[in-house]
Write a protein of this length. Structure first.
Length: 381
């Protein structure tokens, strides 16, 4: 008999905490920033204090009134949830965030006796859960509960008229944005290049060059995305040294430089991990790229003025890149800053009389802009 009493008590305790467990789980299935996937602001409606009958009737009617407003989505908080949290039923103080996680607004209230016999009033408080501040409060005086329920929708609309209509993409907190499934954009900037000959361990030449192009990205889920790029760039390979231009038996040293300019198209494919700490998105990424020559590489030797052009190629026209992208909402799209580094897997070879060869490494900084298309669905989070 004693064991049965213990089991009954344990079951009672479990079911008393069950609503407190289920309510946060229900809210966590939403957008996570206080909005549903349809862009409606989530409103928690807590139990009202006072005479149980009228308080319950008004609470249910408030739920329906909030639901009737298209830009808001109500969520009821049960008395068991409040009791399980170990706090008093909130009325004229904002509820703690742990009691209503994932909500944008909260409504509390109570039914109280009025100044005259047979008179009662319903007091409602509307709270902004982003900063735990009161938006507005007002009351409804009634003698007959039926008449009070008829007037209630007007009171609810009056309370909510004191806040600006919000959506998931443009909430008052403005701490982020809703990602789009597909992104299209461009970027351009400067790239510092180092050129190392195959038999060397340290670069023998370096240059600052231009890089820019177009890209398209696709989100696989709320974190991972894949981006394909088409970039135009060029490399200025310059060798400087002393050359002997004297005749037979003469030594006439001259300072000369030899410059090769190789144009190419680069096709990076990268995988990004996207994180949104506040107003910015940070995305570390890594991937591979392929490149193809754009025509022959012009060659010029100074001060003699000797010029030519040479074909060039690579045994494995591939390389790797690692970097970090930062993004910020600006206008209809995103302003991007991209920092990346990497290098070729094999040497590029010029078809000149010396078979000039070099392996390229780089650090690149670019700015860009991207537009998004197609909203992410519920299954993406």
């Amino acid at each position: 008999m004693k064991k049965n009493r213990i089991k009954t008590a344990a079951l009672r305790t479990f079911f008393s905490f069950l609503p407190a467990l289920l309510f946060p789980l229900t809210l966590s299935a939403q957008d996570g920033a206080g909005y549903t996937y349809e862009g409606k602001a989530i409103v928690a409606i807590l139990p009202f204090i006072g005479d149980a009958g009228p308080a319950t009737s008004f609470n249910q009617a408030v739920f329906r009134a909030v639901e009737a407003m298209e830009e808001y989505s109500p969520r009821s908080v049960s008395a068991q949830t409040v009791a399980a949290a170990g706090v008093r039923t909130p009325t004229d103080m904002p509820p703690i965030r742990e009691l209503v996680p994932g909500t944008r607004f909260a409504l509390t209230g109570g039914v109280y006796p009025g100044s005259f016999s047979g008179e009662y009033y319903l007091q409602l408080w509307l709270w902004d859960m982003s900063n735990l501040s009161m938006i507005y409060t007002d009351d409804l005086v009634y003698e007959n509960i039926t008449e009070g329920l008829q007037s209630l929708p007007g009171l609810v609309e009056w309370l909510f008229s004191h806040i600006v209509p919000v959506s998931a993409e443009d909430g008052p907190e403005k701490t982020g944005w809703k990602e789009k499934r597909i992104g299209l954009g461009f970027r351009s900037g400067v790239s510092h290049r180092w050129y190392t000959e195959p038999e060397q361990f340290a670069p023998g030449a370096q240059a600052l060059n231009f890089e820019g192009g177009l890209f398209a990205s696709v989100y696989l889920n709320s974190v991972l995305s894949v981006q394909a790029e088409l970039d135009f760039t060029f490399d200025n390979l310059v060798y400087r040294g002393i050359d002997d231009v004297g005749g037979a038996g003469e030594y006439s040293p001259v300072y000369v430089n030899e410059k090769y300019t190789a144009y190419s198209l680069v096709f990076p494919v990268i995988v990004k991990a996207n994180f949104k700490p506040g107003r910015f998105r940070l995305a570390p990424f890594g991937g591979l790229y392929a490149f193809v020559p754009l025509g022959e590489a012009p060659y010029r030797k100074n001060p003699t003025g000797e010029s030519a052009s040479f074909s060039w190629s690579s045994a494995a026209p591939l390389g790797f890149t690692l970097g970090l992208e930062a993004a910020m909402k600006l206008g209809p799209g995103l302003l991007l800053a991209d920092f990346r580094g990497g290098g070729d897997f094999s040497a590029r070879v010029m078809e000149d009389d010396k078979n000039t060869a070099y392996r390229r490494s780089f650090v690149t900084i670019t700015l860009g802009y991207a537009w998004g298309f197609i909203d992410m669905g519920k299954g993406d989070f």
